[in-house]
Unconditional design. Structure first.
Length: 264
């Protein structure tokens, strides 16, 4: 028996050695490199024509959608658009449920505390809509004694708060600008303050509303940007490069002309 064991002992030792080497090799294997993200979820408002709105097929379309698609094509990324309520826009981004946000988002110092913005891609301003029968409203301060409709959490909401006070009951807030304008049609509010292009688009597509618009030199110029999560420099650089590229090759101008012609 001793002879038999001594005969097979070298073989056993060799087998154990190979197993040990194999185990060590597995431990020392380099971890797999994580695949780079190529699909980005984009939060968009679905009732903010002409920038972003659902068509009859429930597809989100508009100026911002075309701009984002053109940027994606330039940078080699894929984008998936998800309708997102504007009032919770920035929370969806912060929680990681969205990678990007685009929907006529005005760049403000307050918003820059929580998100990073691309370079500006559109200039806008606030605009007042009142019924044609109202001839007394000639400037923003004429709204002080009126009931004013705004879209909640927008810059229109902010400027009206500055005029009459944040908790003034004369401010009536809505989930979308079209809803506020529909309320104006029905007489539920006396005026609506919102982004100029959105108000003009509504009036063009709803001529029976019989609105007139009032601009005010006191309204500051606003600039729209694409928002990314705070500190996501890699994605922000991609967006800025893509935006610069579509402006350089004329793609952006074609999209702009499609929606605004010479208006912007």
């Amino acid at each position: 028996m001793k002879k038999i064991l001594s005969r097979y002992l070298p073989l056993c030792t060799l087998a154990l050695g190979l197993m040990a080497v194999s185990a060590c090799s597995k431990k020392e294997e380099a971890p797999a490199v994580a695949a780079k993200q190529s699909l980005y979820v984009v939060g968009v408002e679905s009732a903010y024509a002409p920038f972003s709105a659902e068509n009859e097929k429930k597809e989100v379309v508009g100026f911002d959608i075309d701009v984002m698609k053109a940027i994606a094509a330039k940078t080699g990324i894929e984008v998936k658009f998800i309708p997102t309520p504007f009032e919770g826009f920035f929370n969806f981004l912060a929680q990681g449920d969205r990678d990007l946000l685009i929907s006529a988002i005005t760049i403000t110092d307050e918003r820059k505390q929580t998100v990073d913005f691309s370079t500006p891609y559109f200039e806008a301003s606030q605009l007042i809509a009142v019924p044609q029968s109202n001839t007394t409203v000639k400037q923003f301060t004429d709204l002080k004694t009126l009931k004013i409709g705004v879209q909640s959490a927008t810059t229109g909401d902010e400027v009206v708060q500055n005029l009459v006070g944040k908790n003034n009951p004369s401010i009536k807030r809505f989930d979308s600008t079209p809803l506020a304008l529909k309320e104006l049609e029905g007489g539920g509010v006396d005026a609506v303050v919102a982004d100029d292009a959105v108000v003009k688009n509504y009036i063009t597509n709803n001529p029976s509303a019989s609105f007139r618009v009032v601009s005010d030199a006191g309204f500051p110029k606003e600039y729209y940007g694409i928002a990314v999560r705070k500190g996501n420099a890699e994605l922000l650089n991609k967006i800025n490069q893509g935006l610069a590229d579509i402006k350089a090759d004329g793609s952006f101008a074609k999209i702009n002309d499609k929606y605004f012609g010479n208006a912007k």
